[in-house]
Design a protein around this ligand. Structure first.
Ligand code: FES
Length: 531
């Protein structure tokens, strides 16, 4: 060895590459070389040699152009990320740059290109991903996912990791981000790799955003012997600690999600709660378990239990108080009403019409679904923009789309457990009735679609590069599209036409996301009433 001291690790072994004297390094103190397909930047400073990847881990600009600072630091001149040349650690910025062991022997530069152990690469990428998730650093999440893929990690393992981490940040439990993950996975399953990567990024980005909005909320650790009865009572009492203790017990005893699911169903279909989300989330939890395996069953079950303990019981508010009474009635055998007779009716009227005909389960379900779609075609979208109005008159597209996604959940659960149909239909009735005050007299007739499959294909393609601002609005486009596609196989042609037209209208109308004037007006009104 002559002259400079080697980098921290002495290069050795069969992966040593002799780069020759590299005169530019002597002359300029830096050089860049292509070695076995890699661009490697060499630096000689403070009497020491360093070799690093020439591509900045931020956006890939050449680090050989960077500025050397004292203490053997290198600043990338594009955005200022600064690296410790010996370790590669980012001192300013985020991701580390890869370093190589390097030395000079008899005037030649020797560099060690030994590949890193994939397990080390994966561990580093997971470390970066966890940090990126905590900050919702979207670009860094993407880079971490790319590095995990490059290190040979299975996407399913990454998703299991993200779920197990995020459930402890979701203080209100299972939410749209998990539901969206199920839909992204389903929609991208048969797509090309580039599309699957977008789906993965967007799904994890949404989870990260919800983690950022949450607080540290570890799931309770208490464990109790499994008792379905005690678990259901705890869920009814919204006692999360007690409910999750029993659910943990079920998993400890090897009973798994199949033991817990009937308890969830019993609770979910005993109430009109959480704007229909409980039934939707249970369906999505099952789909995620199917896609990602039993490893995610316990965290998802616990997260769902937490959500159920927080979901508002809307069947307790005056508008829906008849819900329990209608559930208690014997099935009704009257002919199923026409769609036009359901759309526009009040909650009480739709409850009564549904109860009178709910023995015809499938026909009634389709009629309520079609009425929900008709409501979307009759939604007076100007009502989104109201300002000086009571909070009860606030309305937006998502109030309507849930009727469709909920209908899919009812079909999913009812198809597996017929005892759930009656409640499912009654809850669908609540959706149809609650939107009645916000309808126009006539449908928007211009939204019907001739070629349904071509339309759905084009809309699905758009999903993978949409720029809806908030994830919550993006994920509802995804959910609506996914639900519509799933529903089409269960309905007649006229209903299919209606729900696709409803989707078309929703996707092409402006979805108002913020209401500064209304929010201010209503906040001051609320506070004025406090005194
Ligand atoms: S590309 Fe180097 S800091 Fe951005």
């Amino acid at each position: 060895m002559d002259g400079s001291t080697a980098n921290q690790n002495q290069p050795s072994g069969k992966n040593l590459v002799n780069l020759g004297p590299v005169p530019e390094l002597r002359e300029r103190g830096r050089a860049v070389l292509k070695v076995k397909g890699r661009q490697i930047a060499l630096f000689e400073t403070d009497g020491k040699l360093f070799a690093i990847n020439n591509r900045c881990p931020h956006e890939g600009y050449p680090l050989v152009e960077g500025s050397l600072k004292k203490g053997c630091q290198l600043a990338c001149n594009w955005h200022g990320w600064t690296f410790d040349l010996a370790s590669g650690k980012a001192l300013q910025g985020r991701d580390a740059v890869k370093t190589y062991a390097v030395t000079r022997v008899r005037g030649d530069i020797l560099i060690d290109l030994a590949p890193e152990d994939p397990s080390v690469l994966r561990a580093r990428a997971y470390g970066e991903l966890d940090e990126a998730l905590a900050e919702h650093d979207y670009d860094r999440i993407a880079r971490s996912l790319a590095r995990l893929e490059a290190a040979g990690e299975e996407v399913e393992n990454t998703l299991r990791h993200v779920i197990s981490l995020s459930v402890h940040r979701f203080e209100r439990g299972f939410g749209h981000a998990f539901a969206g993950l199920a839909d992204w996975l389903a929609f991208s399953a048969h797509s090309d790799q580039a599309t699957r990567r977008v789906a993965l990024l967007e799904a994890i980005g949404h989870i990260s955003w919800d983690m950022l909005m949450g607080t540290d909320a570890p799931l309770p650790r208490l464990r109790k012997r499994w008792s379905a009865k005690a678990c259901l009572e705890a869920l009814e009492d919204m006692n999360e600690e007690e409910a999750t203790a029993h659910i943990r017990g079920a998993f400890d005893e090897g009973l798994g999600f199949q033991a817990v699911k009937p308890v969830f169903e019993a609770l979910i279909f005993a109430h009109y709660a959480g704007f229909g989300h409980p039934a939707i989330y249970l369906m999505k939890a099952e789909q995620l378990i199917d896609a990602l395996g039993q490893e995610v069953a316990e965290p998802l079950a616990l997260s769902l239990a937490r959500y159920l303990c927080h979901a508002a019981r809307e069947d307790l508010i005056p508008e829906f108080k008849g819900f329990a009474d209608y559930l208690a009635l014997e099935p009704g055998f009257s002919p199923v009403p026409k769609v036009e007779c359901l759309s526009g009716q009040s909650v009480r009227q739709v409850f009564a019409l549904t109860a009178a005909s709910n023995a015809h389960v499938h026909e009634m379900w389709e009629a309520l679904l079609a009425a929900s779609a008709m409501n979307m075609l009759r939604f007076d979208i100007e009502r989104q923009h109201g300002i000086a109005q009571p909070i009860a008159q606030n309305i937006g597209w998502l109030d309507f789309t849930h009727a469709i996604t909920f209908a899919e959940a009812v079909h999913f659960h009812g198809g597996r457990n017929a005892a759930l149909w009656q409640s499912g239909l009654t809850q669908m009735a609540a959706f149809v009735g609650r939107n009645a005050p916000f309808l126009m007299a006539e449908m928007d007739e211009g939204r019907f679609v001739d070629d349904i499959q071509a339309f759905l294909g084009a809309q699905k393609a758009k999903l993978f590069n949409m720029d809806e601002g908030d994830y919550i609005y993006a994920v509802h486009r995804l959910k609506m599209l996914r639900a519509t596609e799933a529903l089409l196989v269960h309905v007649s042609k006229p209903t299919a036409r209606l729900i696709v037209a409803a989707l078309n209208r929703y996707l092409h109308a402006r979805t108002r996301q913020r209401h500064p004037a209304r929010t201010a007006f209503q906040a001051w009104q609320t506070v004025a009433r406090e005194s």
